[in-house]
Design a protein around this ligand. Structure first.
Ligand SMILES: Nc1ncnc2c1ncn2[C@@H]1O[C@H](COP(=O)(O)OP(=O)(O)OP(=O)(O)O)[C@@H](O)[C@H]1O
Ligand SMILES: [Mg+2]
Length: 205
C-alpha cells in the first residue's frame, strides 16, 4: 500500500500555533513551484472522518484517552485509504494539518496511554506511512490558547495538559531530527512564512 512517488508533509504543534495559517502559505508556495498539492486536515476530510470529528471536538461529554485514540485512528485510516495514498500514488504533495504525531502527543505523552502501544496502533492505522517532512510549529501555551479562542473540547482541557502537549511535541522532534523542523511562531506571521519558505525550498530543491 506504500507509495514512493509523492511526498507527505505534516504540520504539527499545540493549539493556536499557526498550523492552519501556515499550511495555506505552504500550499501557495508549492503550487508556484509547479507541484500538485492536496491539503488535508485531521480529523476529517472524508464523510466518515468528518462525522468522527464532530464527536471528537464538539461533544461536551468527556472521552477517555482510549476512546479518543480509537476514534482518531479510525478517522486517520479512512483518510489514508481514500485520500492520502491515492494522492501520493498520483505524485502529489500532500500537506496534512496534524497526523500520527498528534495522537502520540495528545493521547500518549499528555493523555498517559502507553506510547509504544500508540506507535503500534498508529502503524496499523497508516500501514506505517511516515511523513517525509514534519513542520513543528511551536508556541508558548498561553499565547496559543489565546489565539485559538479555547472553544473546542481539546482546547478546554487544563493548562497543565497543554504544557505536556507542547513538551511532547518538542521531545518527539528531538527524537526524530531527520524528519522534523521546529519553527517558533511567537514571531509575526510573515516572519514564520519566511522560515517555512526556507524549509520548503530546501526539502523541494
Ligand atoms: N505568528 C502569529 N502571530 C500572531 N497571530 C497568529 C500567528 N499565527 C497565527 N496567528 C493567528 O492565531 C489564530 C490561530 O491560528 P491557526 O488557526 O493557524 O492555528 P492552529 O495551529 O491551526 O490552531 P488549532 O490548533 O486551533 O487548529 C488565527 O487567528 C491566526 O491568524
Ligand atoms: Mg488549525
Amino acid at each position: 500500500m506504500k507509495s514512493k512517488k509523492g511526498k507527505l508533509v505534516t504540520f504539527e504543534g499545540p493549539e493556536g500555533s499557526g498550523k492552519t495559517t501556515q499550511i495555506r502559505y505552504a500550499e501557495k508556495l508549492l503550487k508556484k513551484k509547479g507541484y500538485k498539492v492536496l491539503v488535508l486536515r485531521e480529523p476529517g476530510k472524508t464523510p466518515t472522518a468528518d462525522a468522527i470529528r464532530k464527536i471528537l471536538l464538539h461533544k461536551n461529554e468527556p472521552l477517555s484517552s482510549e476512546v479518543e485514540t480509537f476514534l482518531f485512528l479510525a478517522a486517520r485510516r479512512d483518510l489514508v485509504e481514500k485520500k492520502i495514498l491515492p494522492a501520493l500514488k498520483a505524485g502529489k504533495v500532500v500537506l496534512c494539518d496534524r497526523f500520527q504525531d498528534s495522537t502520540w502527543v495528545y493521547q500518549g505523552f499528555a493523555g498517559k496511554l502507553s506510547q509504544k502501544l500508540i506507535e503500534t496502533m498508529g502503524d496499523f492505522a497508516t500501514d506505517g506511512l511516515t511523513p517525509n517532512l514534519t513542520l513543528l510549529l511551536d508556541v508558548p501555551v498561553s499565547t496559543g490558547l489565546k489565539r485559538a479562542g479555547g472553544t473546542d473540547r481539546m482546547e478546554r482541557k487544563p493548562k497543565a495538559f497543554h504544557e505536556k502537549v507542547r513538551k511532547g511535541f518538542l521531545q518527539l522532534a528531538k527524537k526524530n531530527k531527520k524528519r522534523f523542523r521546529v519553527i517558533s511562531t511567537t514571531q509575526s506571521i510573515e516572519n514564520v512564512q519566511e522560515e517555512i519558505k526556507k524549509v520548503i525550498n530546501y526539502a523541494f530543491r
